[in-house]
Design a protein around this ligand. Structure first.
Ligand code: URA
Length: 284
């Protein structure tokens, strides 16, 4: 794991390593922050002195300093090439069933997220359910288990579903990106763009009557809206598959609700609106 912890040196001239308990605490802290993936083959000693810089030639243009992205923010990334986008579209469209789509996605190499993820997190629940929930992207627990919403926010989601008489067996669950973004950062627009044909096809093949869009990333991506989730939530929208229109309810993401428990009452209103719509449709 690349943590920036200084290597343990045998050499007596080197600074002694941190006491074991400090190192273990540091690793635990990194892990809680979501830093639990190795991005390089070799560990990086971030405590080492940087090599001295050669002075620039007197007439060299001055580089403007670039601020590093704030922690947890997605790095700027290269837009997918037209060819990758085309390949994503053709691959997704050629899948005739959800099983074929999963296999196609597993073999798709156009999204860099797969390089740092442990595995594909395709879906959970029952395909063909009337309700499909879509989140942002797998987190650490989902990456390990290969199933969406199985960590803390998933446990809250289960309780939210139960409150309106649903459970994992009576809904279908997926994410707009099916690989975990490193450190649980938000997927970049490029990553969501390249994965979009797959979630679109997944919706089409799952063919639900209601979509629940969990959080701003899923809602603004699938509804093509620049609005924030606090503005969008609670109002029925329509998602057009090209073949039919599906009622879509944007609501707050369970991970957000864990941080802002007072907003659970807003999510509760959205869930009641969903239940009402399901019951009304069942009565017709
Ligand atoms: N958050 C998400 O958006 N999706 C998951 O699967 C887990 C956490």
């Amino acid at each position: 794991m690349q943590t920036g912890i200084p290597p343990v040196h045998e050499n007596v001239n080197m600074p002694s390593p941190p006491p074991r308990s400090d190192a273990a605490d540091l690793v635990a802290w990194y892990s809680e922050m979501g830093i639990d993936v190795a991005l390089d083959e070799e560990p990086v000693d971030r405590f080492a002195e940087p090599p001295p810089k050669a002075p620039p030639p007197p007439d060299a243009p001055r580089a403007r300093p670039v601020a590093p992205p704030p922690p947890g923010r997605a790095p700027a990334s290269v837009p997918p090439s037209d060819e990758t986008t085309r390949e994503a579209r053709t691959t997704a469209r050629s899948a005739k069933t959800l099983d074929e789509l999963r296999t196609a996605l597993d073999g798709f190499e156009g999204c860099n997220l797969r390089l740092t993820a442990t595995q594909l997190v395709f879906a959970d629940g029952t395909p063909g359910s009337r309700v499909m929930l879509i989140g942002e992207g797998p987190g650490r627990d989902e990456d390990i288990q290969g199933l969406p919403f199985v960590g803390r926010s998933g446990q809250l989601l289960d309780r939210m579903l139960k409150a309106i008489g649903l459970d994992r067996g009576s809904v279908y669950i997926a994410n707009i990106v099916p690989w975990r973004p490193p450190g649980n950062r938000r997927p970049t627009p490029q990553e969501t763009a390249v994965c979009r044909p797959f979630i679109e096809r997944q919706i089409e093949l799952a063919d639900p009557d209601f979509l629940v869009l969990l959080g701003g990333a899923a809602a603004s991506e699938l509804l093509d809206s620049p609005e924030g989730i606090l503005k969008m939530r609670g109002r029925w929208r329509e998602y057009d598959t090209g073949k039919r229109r599906i009622r879509a309810m944007p609501t707050l993401h369970p991970a957000y609700l864990l941080r802002q428990p007072l907003h659970k009452r807003l999510a509760w209103r959205d869930l009641l609106a969903l239940k009402e719509a399901i019951d009304a449709e069942a009565a017709t």
